[in-house]
Design a protein around this ligand. Structure first.
Ligand SMILES: CC(C)(COP(=O)(O)OP(=O)(O)OC[C@H]1O[C@@H](n2cnc3c(N)ncnc32)[C@H](O)[C@@H]1OP(=O)(O)O)[C@@H](O)C(=O)NCCC(=O)NCCS
Length: 192
């Protein structure tokens, strides 16, 4: 069993995805980062990143291609980084414009969250974005994320200043939104 949602599957990156990933990164609308990166990434850079990935049983990240189930078309990419085992990780997502507004992004995010909470037993999942990226903020809020850190006027993008946002989703909040899944881990007691 892989990672499967209603609309998408999340699968490993393959060699033939490198061009697609480069295109997403070099489009200022899809490149996602709060810090604008120069749109000059090459396929060679992506190949190097792909080939330098080492086999290991001790991983602290995961990187997936989002594929539409119906057509098997690539829609985007999603990942988690900075995994602290059984504690936390940060997620990111980037979807090709053709698939915006289709529900694909939300489904992919749900599949990744289920993996992080159900399989990895995390207590909190985080993400970083900015106040000018309302699609990202809304997408995260739809899954239950809350804004938990707010640095005013810290991001400059597209000629404007924005606030840097940290958003997070606690384990308890995730399971409260998913009564169809029972949390098998004890709830942590909050002190203060
Ligand atoms: C962020 C991203 C994945 C969202 O994908 P999407 O297909 O637009 O997601 P959805 O259609 O499910 O939209 C999510 C919510 O945001 C809202 N939304 C979308 N674009 C919006 C915009 N420009 N302004 C305000 N709200 C917006 C939608 O209405 C929806 O809310 P709703 O369900 O309450 O109506 C996509 O826009 C993307 O790839 N952006 C570039 C990469 C990026 O920013 N990644 C996130 C970095 S943290």
């Amino acid at each position: 069993m892989g990672l499967e949602g209603n609309l998408v599957v999340l699968r490993e990156e393959q060699e033939q995805d490198l061009l697609f990933l480069r295109r997403l990164r070099n489009d200022l609308e899809t490149q996602a980062w709060s810090k604008t990166l120069p749109p000059d990434y090459t396929e060679v850079m992506y190949r190097k990143r792909y080939e330098e990935r080492e086999f290991s049983y001790d991983r602290n990240d995961g990187r997936f291609i989002i594929e539409e189930k119906k057509t098997q078309e690539r829609c985007g990419t999603t990942s988690y980084v900075w995994l602290e085992p059984r504690w936390s990780a940060s997620i990111g997502i980037m979807v090709a414009k053709k698939f915006w507004g289709t529900g694909i992004a939300f489904d992919a995010q749900e599949v990744l969250l289920k993996f992080l909470f159900e399989e990895l037993g995390l207590r909190v999942v985080r993400l970083y974005t900015h106040s000018g990226n309302q699609a990202a903020v809304k997408l995260a809020q739809k899954a239950g994320f809350k804004i938990s850190g707010w640095q005013r006027k810290s991001i400059f993008k597209n000629g404007s200043l924005y606030d840097n946002l940290l958003m997070d989703l606690l384990r308890e909040e995730y399971y409260d939104r998913h009564p169809e899944i029972q949390d098998q881990l004890p709830r942590l007691v909050e002190n203060g």
